[in-house]
Ligand binder design. Structure first.
Ligand code: ATP
Length: 300
C-alpha cells in the first residue's frame, strides 16, 4: 500500500519539471519531499494523484498503476494541495460534508479518523472557510482529505503560511495518522520539518539529490562544520568570502556556517585574519550539521 516511482520525467514546454525521478515509499511510512520552490514537488504530487500524466516512467500508488488504475487511485488517496483545496464560500461543515458526499460517504461514518483534528475547528463549523485563520484552514483541508478514509495521504506544503505552534501540532497529527496505518507523502520547503519524517528525498531542479533517513543524511556531511559570529554579520560574510581557506559559507540564524578547505582547520589563523579585517567579538566553534547544511552542500 505504498508508493513506487520509477524514472518519472515531466516537462512543460522547455521547462523540465521532473527528470527521471525514482523512489519508493514503504507502506505506513511518513516520507518527506524536501526542496525549494520550483523543485518539482507539486508536479510529482499531481502525477501520483492522477491529475497529470508523466512524459516518461511508471508510478504506482497503493498497488495501482497511475495510468491504468486511475479510478481506484482516486478512491484510495487523500490529497491536500498547496492552495485552493477548500470552497471559500462554504462553511466549515459544508466543506467537510461536500468532500464526504463526493466520495460516497458521510462525516458520521468516518468521524473517528478526523475527530482529533475536526474537534478543534468544530466550534466554528458555521464559519465560511474563507474567513478562517491559516492554521484552521489547514486543519479543515486535512479533515477533507481524510474523510473518505484514504490508504495513502498526499500533503503538498501543508504548513506553508502557518504559524509555528500550528505547524508543530500539525506534525503531531501526522504522526497519529501514521500510527493508524496511513502512508503519508508530504512536501515542505522547511528543512526543520524534514527531521520529523522517517525518510526524506532532497529534491532540486526536478532531480533527487539524496534519499535516506534524516539522521543518515546529516551523517553524510563531508566536513567539520563551524559556527562563526562577530560584531558585524555583513563584514563577517564579506571577509569569509575572501578568505583563502574558505570552502563554503552560508548565513544560519545569528551565525555563519563555515567549512574549511582543510579538515584540520586552524582556528587561531582564521580568528587573526578576521581581526585583521576589523571584526571584533569573534566566536568560532564546531557544530553539528543540519539537513539544510547537507542540502546546500549537495545543491552546490
Ligand atoms: N503549468 C505549467 N506550465 C509551465 N511551467 C510549469 C507549470 N507548472 C510548473 N511549471 C514549472 O515547473 C517547475 C516545477 O514546478 P512545481 O510547481 O512542480 O515545483 P514545486 O517544487 O512544487 O514548487 P512550488 O512550491 O513553487 O509550486 C518550475 O520551474 C515551474 O515554474
Amino acid at each position: 500500500m505504498g508508493i513506487t516511482v520509477s524514472n518519472i520525467s515531466k516537462s512543460y514546454g522547455k521547462v523540465t519539471a521532473l527528470s527521471a525521478i525514482s523512489f519508493d515509499v514503504k507502506p505506513g511510512e511518513l516520507f518527506g519531499l524536501i526542496g525549494p520552490d520550483g523543485a518539482g514537488k507539486t508536479t510529482l504530487f499531481r502525477i501520483l494523484t492522477t491529475l497529470l500524466i508523466a512524459d516518461k516512467g511508471q508510478a504506482a500508488v497503493a498497488g495501482y498503476n497511475v495510468l491504468n488504475d486511475y479510478k481506484s487511485i482516486r478512491k484510495s488517496v487523500g490529497y491536500m494541495p498547496g492552495r485552493f483545496s477548500l470552497y471559500q464560500d462554504l462553511t466549515v461543515e459544508e466543506n467537510l460534508n461536500f468532500f464526504a458526499t463526493i466520495f460516497g460517504t458521510t462525516i458520521e461514518e468516518n468521524y473517528d479518523l478526523v475527530k482529533d483534528i475536526y474537534v478543534q475547528i468544530e466550534p466554528f463549523k458555521n464559519r465560511r472557510a474563507g474567513k478562517l485563520s491559516g492554521g484552521m484552514k489547514q486543519k479543515l483541508a486535512l479533515s477533507c482529505a481524510l474523510i473518505h478514509k484514504p490508504k495513502v495521504l498526499f500533503l503538498d506544503e501543508p504548513t506553508t503560511g502557518v504559524d509555528p505552534v500550528s505547524r508543530k501540532e500539525f506534525w503531531e497529527m501526522l504522526k497519529r495518522l501514521q500510527k493508524k496505518g496511513i502512508t503519508i507523502l508530504v512536501s515542505t520547503p522547511y528543512m526543520d520539518e524534514a527531521a520529523l519524517c522517517d525518510r526524506i528525498a532532497l529534491i532540486q531542479d526536478g532531480k533527487i539529490l539524496e534519499i535516506d533517513s534524516p539522521s543518515a543524511i546529516v551523517s553524510h556531511f563531508p566536513k567539520p562544520l563551524y559556527n562563526i559570529n562577530a560584531d558585524n554579520m555583513y563584514g563577517l560574510i564579506e571577509s569569509l568570502t575572501k578568505y583563502e581557506h574558505t570552502y563554503s559559507i552560508f548565513p544560519f540564524g545569528e551565525f555563519v556556517h563555515y567549512t574549511d578547505k582543510w579538515d584540520s582547520m586552524d582556528k587561531e589563523s582564521l580568528k587573526a585574519y578576521l581581526e585583521s579585517q576589523g571584526l571584533t567579538d569573534i566566536h568560532i566553534e564546531e557544530t553539528q550539521p543540519t539537513i539544510e547544511d547537507t542540502f546546500m552542500e549537495l545543491a552546490k
